[in-house]
Write a protein that binds this ligand. Sequence first.
Ligand SMILES: N[C@@H](CCC(=O)N[C@@H](CS)C(=O)NCC(=O)O)C(=O)O
Length: 329
Amino acid sequence: MGMLVDGVWKDVWYDTKSTGGHFKRSESAFRNWVTADGAPGPSGQGGFKAEAGRYHLYVSLACPWAHRTLIFRKLMGLEEAISLSIVDYHMGENGWEFRGRDGGTEDHLNGADYLWQVYVAAKPDYSGRVTVPVLWDKKQNTIVSNESAEIIRMFNSAFAEVGGKGPDFYPEDLREEIDDINALVYDKINNGVYKAGFATKQDAYEEHVTELFDALDTVERRLTSNRYLTGDRLTEADWRLFTTLVRFDPVYVGHFKCNIRRIADYPALSGYLRELYQMPGIAGTVNMEHIKRHYYGSHDTINPTGIVPVGPELDLDAPHGRDRLAKAA
Ligand SMILES: N[C@@H](CCC(=O)N[C@@H](CS)C(=O)NCC(=O)O)C(=O)O
């Protein structure tokens, strides 16, 4: 674990001293958008037109943020159009690295050993964290974006004319509702598990773990009468929640001490998790070995022995029982 300072790699853990034991996530630095015609998107520079074969995605199979982008690449039929490299599950003193073992790959494109080298190739004096996912442009040899929330919107809509297919997961008429639910889910659940798990003071941990479970209770109530978060249509809000839920019982309950309840204890959330997992193509994006080995093996300050627990037994293929709620539109 570390970061780049003026293009030089430094092995440092997150600073929680200056924030009273609270983990504060940094803003993503590369915020350009691929668009259908290459016009600038909501932020950054223009010039990134959607073209088949032009873009490359770097992911970790362990990471919930990168997992979103892998799901959208799959659901929008972009596997041929957007090539992929997968970092090793272990993140050590050099940060994310390419080792080509157990489902991880080499860096097919830039030939890097470490992901930080890809960031330096894009911006030689880059300072900041080196995170996955990364969307790389082979034409301009640079990083388009390292913000998963924005990459999934690009995959959702920019590639329709170059082979992208699939439903619209961010439909006009639901945008306000999706944005509202995303705000809660991001702050209290997706990032909430990290705020609990990376806290270094008891009161900081307790504050975030309590907020996390309040938010899970809210979402459970919503999913008791709604098939999906915004009603009967599956949207990006659901996929954003899914990548945290699927990691919850195997990792966050133990490793991040998010153990007030398990997802298995929530009837609606656990059925909903199984329904999403069982949708075509999704199980193939979930690699439980990478997920467990990464978290338990890479955070020395939390789990110094690196021992990976054997359990829990999970059966994500069990019937989900969600059919009794409204059918997907
Ligand atoms: N805002 C980013 C966050 C990505 C992120 O934090 N990824 C983690 C892996 S789960 C990472 O690469 N962390 C390395 C680090 O912070 O040094 C996004 O959603 O794309």
